[in-house]
Design a protein around this ligand. Structure first.
Ligand code: FAD
Length: 515
């Protein structure tokens, strides 16, 4: 049953004030005199649909919604705001899969990026190659509004695919590149932002700029992981590799946190020494005693030990060129020396497309079972490796186990050296750090419980001196943002002054716009 997305008593309306250079954001009526007026909608239906997101916890009503036909429409809108005596706020909205109102614009204009994906524009996903004397490099140019599932389908036509993914593919290219874009390939290829060659961006001054590591590099590094603060991405050029046909996908089980994390770290480090002698995907999850697994053996182990830790690994291969025995032999070598519970490995062979799109069918199933208002008080953290045992006793065995509520989760390590320090994204200052995702679906009655649990986890880390960073961050105050960015804050602020000096863009992040 489709839930009603408007929980009436959890509506939070922003009141904007205290921007870098102004105090109010008023939508000017003369904007309708601009040539894009036919693409602007001020009706309640358009505004309501732009006022909510996947989290379903925050609602912020914009003054209008722009349905751009081209990047020039976006540039015209931003230029108009930039040149207005009192600039108004503008937020790009991709799929609105944020959970805390990050793609909202109080009293301003939400740019519905998906409307760039129209027939008149032709294909906005194009595969090409560049040839040097050394190599041929394949890449795809994808509009910022494109979904990763469509990028995948289009590139597979050429037998190619991007290397780095998110677990869920119904997200826009611009939306994930504004954060990082992480999944089980990140340990090996870095986040999606580490796999971008070039971007087209409309800055907060309304300028259309092409940028890369070599051209307009300050903007390039600012925008990647930049939480939409510096410009709207209208095109990204993304690295491609040869796509495999098939994936061997396995789960290994543990009841001992030490063995679980030691094995995860072995698996992500083998990559450094033997480039191809590693898995292509490594993630992890926790099944707690109050959860029910599809596998009764796991449920019973979780009851006995409190938590069962699972490592999920995948090996890609091409079933036309490699035979099963060779793959099995390679897998045997990769698993040698690991300490998972013997006899409990589960293995599935799936097509590469089905593997990458694995979350979709689960998400649809969950959605069909959900009733009433569904809210998503998610928490995503990066935890430095040196403190994961403290985190395990304080959070997993402490807060989460004791509080006894089921939540989908992910817990897996990644390598810092696959992240480009000049980009805006923020990660812990250690060579290895873990990603924890607590992906709760809650009813209205549970919302307060999960929000309190989130606060407890953050407070526990604070008191224990565990220097976590939030992924898909949500902070209430400027001081928290400054702490979040740490040594990167001054650069982030200087970039804002350079590319969006009137603090027009992505106000829903509430970095330069307070409540
Ligand atoms: P929106 O929510 O629409 O926008 C997010 C932010 O980016 C806003 O501030 C917006 O203004 C800005 N923005 C949007 N488009 C642009 C653009 N073109 N240019 C500049 N700024 C822009 N993340 C992962 O890394 N890995 C995962 O596996 C993963 N799985 C997810 C699964 C689900 C079911 C959900 C709900 C989220 C998941 N996420 C994951 C988080 C997701 O990557 C981010 O929330 C991302 O921002 C969503 O993309 P979107 O198109 O919905 O962005």
């Amino acid at each position: 049953k489709k839930s009603n997305p408007f929980p009436s008593f959890f509506i939070l309306i922003f009141v904007t004030s205290g921007l870098l250079s102004r105090t109010a954001s008023l939508f000017p009526s003369d904007l309708q005199s601009l040539y894009i007026d036919t693409r602007l909608r001020l009706d309640a239906k358009a505004k309501t649909s732009a006022s909510i997101d996947y989290g379903n916890i925050t609602q912020v009503i914009p003054a209008a919604v722009l349905y751009p036909e081209s990047q020039d429409d976006i540039a015209a809108l931003i230029t108009f705001s930039f040149e207005s005596p009192v600039p108004f706020l503008i937020a790009a909205k991709g799929m609105g899969h944020s959970v805390n109102g990050q793609a909202m614009a109080p009293d301003g204009v939400v740019v519905n990026m998906r409307s760039l994906n129209n027939e008149e524009n032709g294909s906005r996903i194009n595969v090409s190659r560049s040839t040097t004397s050394m190599a041929i490099n394949w890449y795809v140019d994808a509009g910022g509004e494109q979904l990763w599932i469509d990028v995948l389908r289009a590139t597979l036509e050429y037998g190619l695919a991007p290397r780095s993914w998110t677990d869920f593919l119904y997200l826009t290219v611009g939306g994930t590149l504004s954060n990082a874009g992480i999944s089980g390939q990140t340990f090996r290829y870095g986040p999606q932002i580490s796999n971008v060659y070039e971007l087209d961006v409309v800055t907060g001054k309304g300028e259309l700029v092409t940028c890369s590591k070599h051209t307009n590099s300050k903007l390039f590094y600012a925008v990647l992981g930049g939480l939409g603060q510096f410009g709207i991405i209208t095109r990204a050029r993304i690295a491609l590799e040869k796509a495999p046909s098939t994936v061997k996908w396995m789960s290994l089980y543990y009841v001992d946190f030490f063995a679980f994390t030691r094995d995860q770290e072995i698996l992500i480090s083998t990559h450094t020494s033997h480039e191809n002698k590693t898995f292509d995907y490594i993630e992890g999850t926790l099944v707690m005693q109050h959860d029910t697994s599809d596998d009764p053996r796991i449920t019973s182990l979780a009851k006995q030990y409190g938590i069962v830790y699972t490592i999920e690994v995948a090996k890609y291969y091409d079933d036309l060129t490699i035979n099963q025995d060779t793959v099995d032999e390679e897998l045997k070598l990769l698993l040698e020396g690991l300490s998972f519970i013997p006899g409990m490995i589960t293995t599935t062979d799936v097509s590469y497309l089905d593997f990458l799109n694995r979350v979709r069918s689960k998400a649809l199933k969950v959605q069909s079972q959900e009733q009433g208002d569904v809210l998503h008080p998610w928490l995503n953290l990066f935890i430095p490796k040196s403190r994961i045992f403290d985190f395990n006793s304080g959070v997993f065995k402490g807060i989460l186990l004791k509080q006894n509520k089921t939540a989908l989760n992910r817990f897996y390590p990644m390598n810092r050296n696959k992240w480009e320090g000049r980009m805006s994204s923020v990660i812990p200052d250690e060579d290895i750090f873990y990603h924890l995702a607590l992906l709760r679906s809650s009813g209205i009655h549970d919302l307060e419980f999960f929000q309190r649990q989130n606060r407890e986890i953050l407070e526990f880390c604070d008191k224990a001196g565990i220097e976590i960073k939030q992924y898909l961050p949500h902070h209430e105050s400027k001081a928290e943002w400054i702490k979040h960015f740490g040594p990167k804050w001054n650069t982030f602020k200087a970039r804002k002054a350079m590319f969006d000096p009137k603090a027009i863009l992505s106000p829903g992040q509430r970095i330069f716009n307070s409540l």
